[in-house]
Design a protein around this ligand. Sequence first.
Ligand code: GLN
Length: 451
Amino acid sequence: ISSKELTLSVIERIQKVEDKVRAYVTINEEEALKNSEEVDNTRDFSTFLSGIPVAIKDNICTYNLRTTCSSKILENFIPPYDATVIKKLKTNNAVIIGKTNMDEFAMGSSTENSAFFPTRNPWDQTRVPGGSSGGSAAAVAADECIYALGSDTGGSIRQPANYCGVVGLKPTYGRVSRYGLVAYASSLDQIGPITKDVTDCAIVLNSICGWDEKDSTSADVPVDDFTKYLVEDVRGLRVGIPKEYMGEGIDEDVKSAVLSTAKLLEKMGAFCEEISLPHTEYALWAYYIIAPAEASSNLARYDGIRYGVRAKNYDDLIDLYKKTRSEGFGAEVKRRIMLGTYALSAGYYDAYYLKAQKVRTLVKRDFDRAFEKYDLILSPVAPSTAFKIGEMVDDPLKMYMSDVCTIPVNMAGLPAISIPVSFSNALPVGIQLIGKAFGEGTLLKVSYTLE
Ligand code: GLN
């Protein structure tokens, strides 16, 4: 099959299901077809990704292709450059099929915070696909692309992958360059693959990771060929299951998916045991200080002067700022900016931001200690399966809770993968595997074995 045939079949599929799913903010049909022809003409199929259509979360900058962050304030923003991950994909002859819907500026867990429209879960269109990379996960699940990129600040790759029954990997902080990823909370953000299976996940990770001079937080560590971990072997593996992730608030079907995965791993020669990560309960609340604090600083640049949309009628410069930001940002983004500004203001810094950073260290130490004894941590991805559209929009705190199992991982900068393992009431249920820093290989090996 040629790249053009494949791209055409994906476009056909988009035409068929997109009005139900609504995964895309922008469909790059013409350009994608042109690119696929170019790949076919050069016959350069030297990499696995050559000629394969990929969907990109709309907070990753794509040269000459609109990048909105699903926000009104960037509705007309066309980046003059490619993010490093996009450059890498293009070097691999990937075909960018479109930009996917998300919670505005990646703030949310359901993609309902998009300024444009909500995306629907392909398994049940009355439910959310998760978020904030909900468009990417839904596009993969609905076969509207072959694979996708998302970003994960507190769970935004893993949770939607879980709700949509696909594979989502958040790499170690620093593994993948953030250059060209529109910053939400810079010390937590990480780009990663959302794929149909573990093999694709390893292939995509291979192509996007590595040190980048344009991102000072990217790590100068050797990059493995991750496909070499695609072997079935878990013998002798020591797996910890944190009891704090299996308690109150976690649905029974989710817990039982974790427990039956543990049983399966044991049957194949691994050793599973309950462990404790005692500071887990504080991680979520510390995150909701740190992430908004960083966001309030990162989002200061949207002033109507440098980027995107500018308010039409204003009296003076201050009025221009005010009107642009009031009209351009949605409710959740404003909430985060206010929270963050408050936490960083003089007199409150020590009480909130500094305290939250200390909690962050404690959370990280919990993991460090666990990894002295265990190779891997097994846990739920989210407290429930995909929830109903509208169910949580008026209750931000409840929405925040849907990230309790994923947020600690970002706080500690660790890699984690979400893979589907079963179904409950016709909805996918997944599990999360958390690894040591730069231990993506082990995550992939165990996931491959479980698949
Ligand atoms: N839901 C979390 C938040 O709203 C995480 C989002 C993310 O990972 N981008 O902050």
